[in-house]
Design a protein around this ligand. Structure first.
Ligand code: 1HN
Length: 347
């Protein structure tokens, strides 16, 4: 492939004349925006260890009262994008949030979609449009676009969760904003109670629900059971994985990011397919290594890492006797909707 002319090859006077009219020559930047064969991601493989985050998060609890913070969060920022960009990947925002006993994070709604993966502690809850969702380790709670949500804590120990949002994308689209609200009622029927078993859905007067987000809370005890049962029923299956779905449509739980739980069998090594979306890995239970672009991260419980798209990722359970359970978030729904989703053979 031939090298294209550089910007400096043009006379200074000509460049200035272009800039004055808000014009830019394409050819010096063409290879940058359309690199050969595959993208050149800014997203760098990055590990955030919970052991390092926790003391700093608890310190934030001393330094900044919830009234002053509204949401007390340390953002897991990918240095490849620049820490101020608050991006783990092009479309994924990650943050660790702390709520202390008795604290209240007031109601608001916003355009970005969020989920929370509960990391530690009992007694807190999120109220999503009137559904009071208890938070326990490993639970996944959605707060999709436009849904009122507020967090409260009736327990007696700090509660920490991982926030996953599509904020970078929605912000990039200049579509990100919020509205503050009053304290919300807590009288709505809980979706996780009425969608108990995957094969049947509530049917009132022979009609199915038309709610856009019928299930808000996905309890870990049930998702873990689903993984164990899948692994047991199919002993030869290497990717023991489930997708968090909308049970009415079978589609992804949210519009932009995809969410999954994966079980690595004791001692198992697993090569993930090379796919276009970036992906985040978070350990719910166990230990594993994540190999990506020459890095070999060792993850313990509650550790989180990310990998750019178009790269091969290898996972290995570091326990020879116990399964390891991972939560994953990726940009697949977005890539599929935009028609840029790809799976490749080899890197
Ligand atoms: C948000 O609303 C929450 O409600 C957490 O807990 C993190 C990060 C960016 C924008 C909105 C929450 C957030 C957020």
């Amino acid at each position: 492939m031939s090298d294209l002319a550089r910007l400096e090859d043009l006379p200074l006077e000509y460049r200035q004349a272009l800039a004055q009219q808000n014009l830019v020559p394409l050819w010096p930047s063409l290879r940058g925006v359309l690199p050969p064969d595959k993208p050149r991601p800014q997203t760098t493989p990055t590990l955030w260890s919970y052991k390092s985050i926790k003391p700093l998060l608890l310190k934030a609890g001393e330094l900044t009262p919830i009234e002053k913070a509204e949401r007390r969060v340390l953002v897991l920022a990918n240095p490849g994008h620049g820490l101020d960009k608050m991006q783990a990947s092009p479309a994924i925002y990650l943050g660790m949030q702390l709520l202390l006993p008795g604290e209240w994070a007031p109601a608001h709604k916003h355009t970005p979609n969020a989920v929370r993966m509960i990391v530690e502690g009992e007694g807190a809850y999120t109220n999503v449009n009137g559904e009071k969702c208890p938070m326990s380790r490993g639970d996944l709670i959605l707060t999709p676009t436009g849904q009122w949500h507020e967090h409260g804590h009736d327990g007696d120990e700090p509660v920490v969760w991982l926030d996953v949002l599509d904020l970078p994308l929605v912000y990039y689209m200049e579509a990100s904003y919020h509205i503050n609200g009053k304290r919300q009622p807590t009288d709505a029927v809980r979706g996780d109670k009425i969608y108990q078993y995957a094969g049947v859905v509530p049917t009132r007067d022979f009609e199915r629900s038309t709610r856009t987000y019928p299930v808000i809370r996905y309890p870990w005890v049930e998702v873990k059971e689903a993984l164990l049962s899948l692994g047991e029923a199919e002993p030869g299956l290497s990717t023991v994985m489930v997708t968090y779905v909308n049970p009415e449509t079978g589609g992804d739980a949210e519009n932009i990011l995809g969410f999954y739980a994966l079980m690595l069998r004791p001692g198992q090594k697993l090569s993930m397919p090379v796919r276009s979306p970036s992906c985040v890995y978070h350990v719910i239970e166990g230990f594993c290594s994540v190999g990506v672009l020459g890095e070999e991260f060792k993850l313990e419980e509650a550790d989180t890492c990310c990998a750019p798209g178009y790269t091969s990722v290898t996972l290995a359970n570091l326990s020879a006797t116990q399964p390891t359970f991972l939560f994953m978030a990726d940009e697949s729904p977005l890539h599929r909707k935009l028609g840029v989703y790809e799976v490749r053979q080899g890197p």
